[in-house]
Design a binder for this molecule. Structure first.
Ligand code: ATP
Ligand code: MG
Ligand code: ZN
Length: 373
């Protein structure tokens, strides 16, 4: 299991900007800066975990030092690129601010930046989780950022940009990384499966993409875990459910259908059943939301079916089409709003199913006439 995870993780970290997914706004800006030779001395990369901050930081460090001038992309062939690819470049210094928070560490860094690079044009410091620095450390860093030696470049990365002082932010170019859309993650997993020659049931990449909350790293690592347990011909949706605690097949469908029929009893029973299966109610809710949203899109336009064919099984599509036809746009909307509110309600540790149950009550009690009879 460990093996496959490692393989996926190492093997597929992008080596060029064009392989970076879903962050086009950032990649485009960096490529033009590289082409124009106007790369800044300080960057701040912020965004959720596993969305490409460290990946892009390392790419930028490599590209700015690549000996082959051209497109902005690193050539991946010159001596410098090779050093970076091997992970042995002395001029790339990665610091984890979570464990080097203090003034002493930053003072050391201020001393060190004065020395010229070993081989590269620019010494690149990547400071990860930079929001963890103490105030004194930030002040010390600010002094360096105000007058950086020509041969250095700082890339600060953080999942929590609010905690980075304005003074630091205004000295850097700030790029915000986005959560990756389900479709992008799904595509990436399909690509990995093909490259690794892994067979899977059609819905598997989609379900993992949905689970990963926009983090490609989480998605890749979940996929790796699956490869570990599935020493069989094909990875099934059942494998995904068992490994990641998802509701058994059909349970979410039963719930969505009960909601639209105003059937409180069944809806509550299904929530109970999913809890017994060890499913996180929030995840269950998310899957129901997806069901209803897909039904909504079908109710608006049945031709949407064509876009579902690559992702969902025929049974699931037939079920959703039927639901869409019977319920219609208005009724689905009526059910969707409370579910969304429940999804965003603060997490309760006592009886975590309560937000979902309250949503069921709201949906089924609002106006019985509006539900499918
Ligand atoms: N935008 C992306 N495009 C392609 N691969 C990505 C992307 N984001 C993440 N990955 C994959 O996930 C792995 C981890 O990504 P990375 O280390 O860049 O995330 P991060 O944003 O720095 O996360 P953290 O905040 O946890 O440090 C990469 O090796 C790569 O395989
Ligand atoms: Mg990182
Ligand atoms: Zn190169």
């Amino acid at each position: 299991m460990e093996d496959h995870q490692l393989v996926l993780y190492r093997k597929y970290r992008p080596k060029s900007f064009r392989e970076v997914k879903g962050q086009d706004h950032i990649v485009r800006a960096l490529i033009s800066a590289l082409e124009a030779g106007r790369v800044s001395h300080g960057y701040l990369f912020s965004g959720p975990r596993g969305t490409g901050k460290t990946t892009v930081a390392r790419l930028l460090a490599k590209a700015v030092n690549c000996e082959q001038k051209g497109s902005g992309e690193p050539c991946n062939a010159c001596g410098i690129c090779e050093e970076f690819l091997r992970g042995s470049a002395l001029d790339l210094i990665e610091i984890d601010a979570a464990s080097n928070r203090g003034i002493d560490e930053i003072r050391e860094l201020r001393e060190a930046v004065r020395f010229a690079p070993h081989r590269a044009k620019r010494k690149v410091y990547i400071i990860d989780e930079v929001h963890m620095l103490t105030r004194e450390a930030f002040n010390a860093l600010l002094k360096t950022l105000e007058e950086p030696p020509k041969h250095v470049m700082f890339i600060l990365a953080t999942t929590d940009p609010e905690k980075v002082p304005d003074t630091i932010r205004s000295r850097t170019q700030h790029f915000e990384f986005h959560r990756l859309p389900v479709s992008v993650i799904q595509e990436r997993l399909e690509e990995l499966a093909q490259k690794e020659n892994i067979k899977h049931e059609k819905e598997v990449p989609h379900v993992i993409a949905l689970l990963s909350e926009g983090s490609l790293r989480d998605a890749e690592s979940m996929f790796g875990q699956l490869l570990g347990i599935a020493d069989k011909e094909i990875i099934t949706s059942e494998d995904v459910s068992i490994l990641f605690g998802l509701p058994k097949a059909g349970l979410v469908a039963k719930f969505s259908s009960a909601l639209l029929h105003g059937d409180i009893k069944t809806a509550f029973a299904v929530i109970e059943q999913s809890l017994e299966q060890g499913v996180d109610p929030k995840m269950f809710n998310k899957m129901a939301i997806e069901d209803l949203r897909t039904a909504l899109l079908l109710a608006i336009n049945m031709a949407y079916e064509n876009e579902l064919k690559g992702t969902f099984s025929d049974e699931r599509i037939a079920f959703l089409k039927n639901l869409a036809k019977k319920a219609g746009v208005k009724k689905i909307e009526l059910a969707l709003v409370p579910l969304l509110e429940a999804y965003h309600s603060p997490h309760t540790t006592v009886l975590p199913q309560i937000p979902l149950e309250l949503a069921v009550l709201r949906i089924t009690q609002t106006d019985q006439n509006q539900l499918i009879s």
